[in-house]
Write a protein that binds this ligand. Structure first.
Ligand code: MTE
Ligand code: MO
Length: 368
């Protein structure tokens, strides 16, 4: 072993019949999902939000940590945590979802973090506006992209790198984008980006760079490896379509009680209320449809209050279960832009943006 290509292979699609392997299990154990029953909470309890960390969680000393803002700016800045915290504070409740959510359901399966449906969470994030910081630094006339670099370092598909992602100047100046140091009322935990992360509401999680240490304004389009990786492609060599905003999705709080191993749901007859959450990064959710017969018939659910522009919305649907037997419950979200969850998974090599509906298999027991 003398080169990085000996330890880091190109991306791969599992051949027919290849089960999830130990590499994928290792990733799944590090990067946990949110238990779906916790969707009963408007805000995901601390520690239960999903996690996705490509490399290692870096160690940061808050006393010496600094954020550098440089490149094509008129006044480069170097800020301590105290400098940042003295800026006007904003808190927003935001739903974040990994672009790979649903990947393990694709056939053939792209080999990577094998999410089922649980790579989502909603926290109340506290920080300050990115746009006002960039305005203070003053963007040069030739500014094109803003590059955000984390303190974490690794190798991926043969390329050694710091995790880095960019936004165009227009996207970075959007007033919703925040630099955050807190979540759910506490300092960011190390695994969520301590001491500072970017938060890009409405976008898939990869845009929200954790352990942020540098913001560099550049005069050309940034095409770092994480910009090239998060694209929808059928073929590894094609240019592909960059992932940006979150497609609409609804999930169901699994009803009844589970079997330990299969997670199959068990219910006793009687009145039930099915519930869940729905979100979209494109436009507010306007409709959720629910089926209990595996898609033969759909009925509209009732929507709960719109809590925050970028937070998921609760939905409910009464269900009087009178016949013992097997049921398959699914939910589908539609947003105000007219986007709706497709029932056919959108297959792509990266396994991204698979918003095919969750199928919840339910066994209703005979009375008694
Ligand atoms: N520096 C850095 N930022 C990162 C990542 C990372 O590995 N390193 N992972 C990204 C991805 S793919 C996702 S989905 C979100 C996950 O954020 P969370 O772990 O706080 O839920 O962080 C993003 N930001
Ligand atoms: Mo992700």
């Amino acid at each position: 072993m003398t080169s990085l290509s000996d330890v880091s292979l190109p991306s791969r699609v599992a051949p027919d019949g290849e089960a999830i392997g130990l590499d994928e299990l290792g990733l799944a154990a590090r990067n946990h999902g949110m238990p779906l029953e916790l969707m009963r909470h408007d805000v995901t309890p601390l520690g239960a939000h999903y996690l996705l960390t490509h490399y290692d969680v870096p160690y940061a000393d808050p006393r010496t940590w600094r954020l550098d803002v440089d490149g094509r700016v008129n006044r480069p800045l170097s800020l301590s945590l105290a400098d940042l915290r003295s800026r006007p504070e904003v808190s927003r409740t935001v739903t974040m979802e990994c672009a790979g959510n649903g990947r393990a359901r694709l056939l053939p399966r792209p080999v990577s973090q094998p999410w089922l449906h649980e790579a989502v969470g909603t926290m109340t994030w506290t920080g300050t506006s990115l746009a006002s910081l960039l305005a203070e630094a003053g963007l040069a006339d030739d500014a094109v992209d803003v590059v955000f670099t984390g303190a974490d370092h690794g190798v991926e598909r043969g390329v050694e790198q710091d995790y880095a992602r960019s936004l165009t100047v227009a996207d970075a100046m959007n007033e919703d984008v925040l630099l955050v140091w807190g979540c759910n009322g506490v300092d960011l935990p190390p695994q969520h980006g301590f001491p500072l992360r970017l938060l890009v509401p409405g976008w898939y999680g990869m845009a929200s760079v954790k352990w942020l240490r540098r913001i560099e304004v550049v005069a050309q389009t940034f095409d770092g490896p994480q910009m090239l990786a998060y694209r929808l492609r059928q073929d590894p060599l094609e240019e592909g379509i960059p992932l940006t905003r979150i497609l609409p999705r609804a999930l169901v709080v699994p009803p009844g009680f589970p079997d330990f191993l299969s997670r199959r749901r068990v219910l006793r007859p009687g009145p039930q209320v099915l519930e869940g959450r729905a979100w979209s990064g494109w436009a507010p959710v306007t409709r959720v449809d629910v089926t209990i017969d595996d898609g033969q018939s759909w009925r509209p659910a009732e929507l709960g209050p719109d809590v925050d522009r970028w937070a998921w919305r609760r939905w409910t649907m009464p269900w009087v279960v009178d016949e013992p037997g097997q049921y398959v419950v699914q939910a589908r979200a539609t947003d105000a832009s007219g986007r709706t969850q497709s029932t056919d998974p959108l297959w792509n090599r990266g396994g991204f943006a698979n918003s095919a509906p969750q199928r919840v298999e339910v066994t209703v027991l005979a009375e008694g």
